[in-house]
Each structure stands twice: as structure tokens, then as C-alpha cells.
Design a protein around this ligand. Structure first.
Ligand SMILES: Nc1ncnc2c1ncn2[C@@H]1O[C@H](COP(=O)(O)OP(=O)(O)OP(=O)(O)O)[C@@H](O)[C@H]1O
Ligand code: SF4
Ligand SMILES: [Mg+2]
Length: 331
């Protein structure tokens, strides 16, 4: 049973510059659901639309089309609904320093949401703050609580940001590249913390351009290219047997395929393919498997293996198209 579901979510921006009338389809018809106690990785190269999905879920942007359902209901526009939703769906950013107030102590950052949402009485705030710090592995909690952000390491600051998100007892946490600004040596600690927290029933969306960390921490994966989800399924299954040529390319560009945390190479192209996209597959100019139909028809997301779906005319053809596609000559 999902706790949060996005259906047909789309977000367009003006493409800017000389193409001032052009529209960037930053997120285009994206659908997926998040389940309690599971981590879903949202992977893809720079500009593929990952953060825009995260922001749409956090309601920092209004979608151009599509909807977000929480607990099976469309999230309403009334202030009370919005406030409740914001506490249930928390966003963690890449830069923990930027999201903390340098003039305030750790205690202030954690006590504030507890008070605003009425989650602890005056007497209990202190104990609850320390409990949260222990949950995220910051000990001794009483000493940490009195520190200012600049007195902490990057990893400790990210743990404070996570503790602050947990203060409001969220059911969904969206973490947008939460380890990419941290030293490599402390990244695994944050990933392990996410794995511990999912055991409490939180549904995580883990945004990353790093497939190795997705493999390490996630249960499921969504791969984005040029605003669209091009492949989705259980992470082990997808990474061991990718359907989409783009997923294959991502896996091949991970230098260390043995669970290390080497980042994938970032490439240009994903964002450009999302500007006023023509019908057809957005990956066609980079695809070694392209055939005639790839420039004519946009592939749908088709479940070609149990639980694993891809947008590809060749490797995941729609059942009705299978025969005529294979009959076509290669382009
Ligand atoms: N507020 C905005 N206005 C205009 N364009 C935007 C806006 N936010 C994002 N974009 C564009 O939408 C596309 C997707 O951006 P997004 O930040 O979602 O990508 P991303 O996958 O998170 O990339 P990265 O890995 O670099 O963080 C990019 O081309 C970006 O320039
Ligand atoms: S639809 Fe065609 S161009 Fe797109 S990924 Fe599949 S084979 Fe390649
Ligand atoms: Mg991003």
C-alpha cells in the first residue's frame, strides 16, 4: 500500500535565452508511488528533472499537469491541508549548511518544529530534542544540542537536518542528493542512517546521480532521462538486467561496479532533449539500438518483466506494437 503517489506529474518552464518561446518539459508524465519502509532511488544525469520531481512532491512548485496523492487523497489547497502535508512530507537538501541558521543552536532547530506542530509540551521539548539527536547518531546529545552549525562537521550538519525532518514525525522523506556535498568517508554513515530510518516505516525518495549509492541503499529505482522516467523496478533487478539503453549507459559509466560510491559521469544532452520535445524517444540521438519508429512514436512505459518497466520500443515494446516494430529495418 503506497503512502504517496504521483500520477502524470508534469512541470514545464520557459526555456529562456534565444529560445524564449520554447518550453522545457523538465518533468513529463511521471507516475510512481512510495511505500512505507522502502527507499526508492530517483537517478539520472544532471538536468534530467530529479530535483524538480522532489520540489513538486514537496509542493515548492505547482505542477503543470498531474497530481500528488497522499494517503490516497489529492492534497488539497486549504491552508490546514497544506500545513499537515508539509509536516508529513519532509525535504532534505544537498547542502546542510545552507538549510541551517548559523545564528541558532542545534537545539533551536529541533525544538522549533516540535513547538510549531504541537508535538511536545514545553517540559518535554528538551528530552525529545535529545532523543532525536540520538536517533540520528549524534552523541552525547546534550552537548551537541548546544552547538552552532559552524561547530559541526558536514556529516554532523546533515544529521541535524535529518533530525529536524524527523521531528515532525513524517511519513515521507524526500532526500535530494543528501550525500553529494559530504566527504566520501562519511557518506556511507548517512546512507546507513537512511536504512535504519526506513525500518521505522518511513517512505524515502532518495534523489541521486550516483548509481552505486542507489544500489547500496535503495529497494526500488526510477531512472530519469530528459524529464521522463525511462525505467523503473526493484533496484537489484534493474541494475543486474537493465532494459533501457540509457540505464545500461549509466551502469557502464560507473567505474566501480562493486558497491563502491564512485559517481557516474555527467553528460550534456538530457536537458536539451526536453526542450519542445518532438514525438519519438528522447534518447534517440544517443541510442545504439535506435530503429525507425523511435523518431516517430514516443515509447510508453511498458512492464516488460515482472515489476520492471521501461520506455523503449526495442527492449520493452508495447504488446500491440511488438510484431510491427521488429519487422522494421534498423535506422
Ligand atoms: N525554476 C526553474 N526555472 C527554469 N528552469 C528550471 C527551473 N528549475 C529547474 N529548471 C530546469 O529544469 C531541468 C531539470 O532540472 P532539475 O534541477 O530538476 O535537474 P536534476 O536532475 O535535479 O539535475 P542535477 O543532477 O544537476 O541536480 C534543467 O534543465 C533545469 O535547468
Ligand atoms: S525507443 Fe529506440 S531510441 Fe529510445 S531507447 Fe529504445 S531503442 Fe533507443
Ligand atoms: Mg538536482
Amino acid at each position: 500500500m503506497s503512502v504517496l503517489e504521483v500520477r502524470g506529474l508534469s512541470k514545464e518552464f520557459g526555456a529562456g535565452g534565444v529560445l524564449h518561446r520554447a518550453r522545457l518539459h523538465a518533468v513529463d508524465d511521471v507516475s510512481f508511488s512510495l511505500r512505507p519502509g522502502r527507499i526508492t532511488a530517483l537517478a539520472g544525469e544532471s538536468g534530467s528533472g530529479k530535483s524538480t520531481v522532489a520540489r513538486l512532491i514537496a509542493r515548492l512548485y505547482d505542477p503543470t499537469a498531474g497530481k500528488v496523492l497522499f494517503g490516497g487523497h489529492v492534497v488539497g489547497r486549504r491552508r490546514r491541508d497544506a500545513l499537515r502535508y508539509r509536516s508529513q512530507v519532509q525535504l532534505i537538501f544537498q547542502d546542510p549548511f545552507g538549510s541551517l541558521n548559523p545564528a541558532k543552536t542545534v537545539r533551536h532547530h529541533l525544538a522549533r518544529p516540535l513547538r510549531i506542530h504541537g508535538l511536545a509540551s514545553r517540559r518535554d521539548v528538551r528530552a525529545r530534542v535529545e532523543e532525536l539527536l540520538e536517533t540520528v547518531g549524534l552523541v552525547p546529545p546534550a552537548a551537541i544540542a548546544d552547538k552552532y552549525p559552524h561547530e559541526l562537521s558536514g556529516g554532523q550538519r546533515q544529521r541535524v537536518a535529518i533530525a529536524r525532518a524527523l521531528a515532525v514525525e513524517p511519513r515521507v522523506v524526500v532526500a535530494d542528493e543528501p550525500i553529494s556535498m559530504l566527504d566520501v568517508s562519511i557518506r556511507v554513515g548517512i546512507l546507513n542512517l537512511m536504512r535504519d530510518l526506513k525500518e521505522r516505516g518511513i517512505a524515502f525518495l532518495y534523489v541521486t546521480h550516483d548509481l552505486a549509492s542507489a544500489r547500496y541503499v535503495a529497494d526500488d529505482i526510477l531512472v530519469m532521462y530528459a524529464g521522463q522516467v525511462v525505467e523503473q523496478g526493484p533496484v537489484d533487478q534493474v541494475l543486474a538486467g537493465p532494459l533501457h539503453p540509457y540505464t545500461r549507459l549509466l551502469i557502464e559509466s560507473v567505474p566501480d561496479g562493486h558497491g563502491g560510491l564512485a559517481p557516474i559521469e555527467l553528460r550534456r544532452g538530457a536537458a536539451a532533449a526536453a526542450v519542445d520535445p518532438a514525438p519519438g524517444c528522447r534518447f534517440v540521438d544517443r541510442c545504439p539500438l535506435a530503429i525507425g519508429v523511435c523518431r516517430e512514436r514516443t515509447p510508453a512505459l511498458v512492464e516488460a518483466r515482472p515489476g520492471q518497466a521501461a520506455r523503449c520500443h526495442v527492449t520493452a515494446p508495447a504488446p500491440t506494437n511488438r510484431e510491427d516494430i521488429h519487422a522494421q529495418p534498423a535506422a
